[in-house]
Ligand binder design. Structure first.
Ligand SMILES: NC(=O)c1ccc[n+]([C@@H]2O[C@H](COP(=O)([O-])OP(=O)(O)OC[C@H]3O[C@@H](n4cnc5c(N)ncnc54)[C@H](OP(=O)(O)O)[C@@H]3O)[C@@H](O)[C@H]2O)c1
Length: 307
């Protein structure tokens, strides 16, 4: 029995879809873990679901009943260390055989920001006797929608202080294929996969691609990091998050995020999804949305981290 955690999130949802697809062929049993019944109700038809929370240790044993293999992922928050540690302890107690851990690019060497938090979880996992596969992906294609589409829709522009740094973006659906294969253990046991996308783009090149696929001019404007930080805080982003994002950006600006090595393609045994393919699918998200008539619910705008 496979357990997919974080099944309401960007990465976990993609893994759940992939696991469900594979299970339809193989008959393997799987379960998806959610924190809320509302999210659990959105699981693919036929999915067995469980409500549990990494912070509530007493909820974890029932989520892990009869589970042999776990996909472990948590939101990019500083508490992820303690939260994922709780889950690893629960997996040890439940006799889980294999864990596929969602980590991040940079966990090997970068002692700041998200990668350093993920590294502490990697180290804890390696200190147990559980067999593991660690996935360290670069930046997701999906970040472009989450973080840049809002200002592109309203002002045809997106800002950062990336200079000419290159990013080999990859798609969560491709990472999910690797995760689903790795859940079987076997040849993937004891492996750490650094996963990069098929091409390394500067943000100006990204803007050109968005322009082409959205059918409207879109510009990338480079701004100083302190201006970017102030803009993040002005939008209501917590200080820890703005600092973690800027620290991660520094890593990219040092040229660390532009590797293209073909490992992803090797693991999924087909070409990886390109930024052009992604933008062909989602180009409409970068066009101004039609005005909604009638009463609308106003929600505070929040932003999550990119890694
Ligand atoms: N974005 C990138 O480019 C990138 C690149 C490399 C690595 N990563 C890493 O990938 C991971 C996943 O990112 P994502 O974008 O998929 O995050 P996400 O959308 O925020 O999803 C996180 C999931 O974790 C769940 N979760 C949070 N707190 C929990 C708790 N206490 N107990 C149980 N579940 C909990 C969330 O459930 P709720 O819905 O209930 O909150 C959600 O399902 C992060 O750790 C990030 O650092 C991201």
């Amino acid at each position: 029995m496979i357990l997919v955690t974080g099944a309401s999130g960007t990465m976990g949802k993609a893994v759940l879809n992939e696991v469900a697809k594979e299970a339809a062929k193989s008959g393997e049993n799987y379960r998806a873990m959610f924190r809320s019944a509302t999210e659990a109700a959105k699981a693919p038809t036929g999915t067995s679901t469980v409500i549990a929370d990494f912070s509530k240790k007493n909820t974890l044993p029932s989520a892990l009943r009869n589970v042999t293999s776990v996909y472990l992922v948590c939101s990019p928050i500083p508490q992820l260390i303690e939260l994922e540690w709780n889950m690893i302890d629960a997996c040890v107690n439940a006799g889980v055989g294999h864990i596929v851990l969602s980590s991040a690019m940079g966990a090997r060497e970068y002692r700041k920001s998200f990668p350093s938090w993920h590294r502490r979880v990697e180290d804890k996992l390696k200190s147990t006797k559980i067999s593991y596969t660690i996935l360290r992906p670069n930046s997701f294609h999906q970040n472009v929608l989450t973080y840049y589409a809002p200002s592109i829709r309203s002002q045809s522009v997106f800002h950062a202080s990336m200079d000419n740094a290159r990013v080999s973006f990859l798609d969560v659906r491709d990472i999910a294929v690797v995760a689903a294969k790795s859940l079987a253990g076997g040849e993937h046991s004891g492996k750490t996969y650094e996963l990069n996308g098929p091409e390394a783009l500067t943000y100006s090149e990204l803007a050109e691609k968005i322009t082409r696929h959205a059918g409207r001019p879109v510009q990338y404007v480079d701004i100083p990091a302190d201006v970017q930080r102030k803009a993040m805080l002005d939008r209501g982003m917590p200080e820890w998050q703005a600092d973690a994002l800027l620290d991660l950006q520094e890593y990219y600006v040092k040229g660390k995020g532009g590797h293209v090595d073909g490992l992803l393609e090797q693991l999924i045994r087909r070409p990886a999804i390109t930024m052009d393919q992604f933008l062909t699918e989602f180009g409409g998200e970068f066009r101004p949305q039609p005005e909604v008539k009638g009463p609308v619910e106003v929600k505070p705008q929040t932003e999550a981290a990119t890694a």
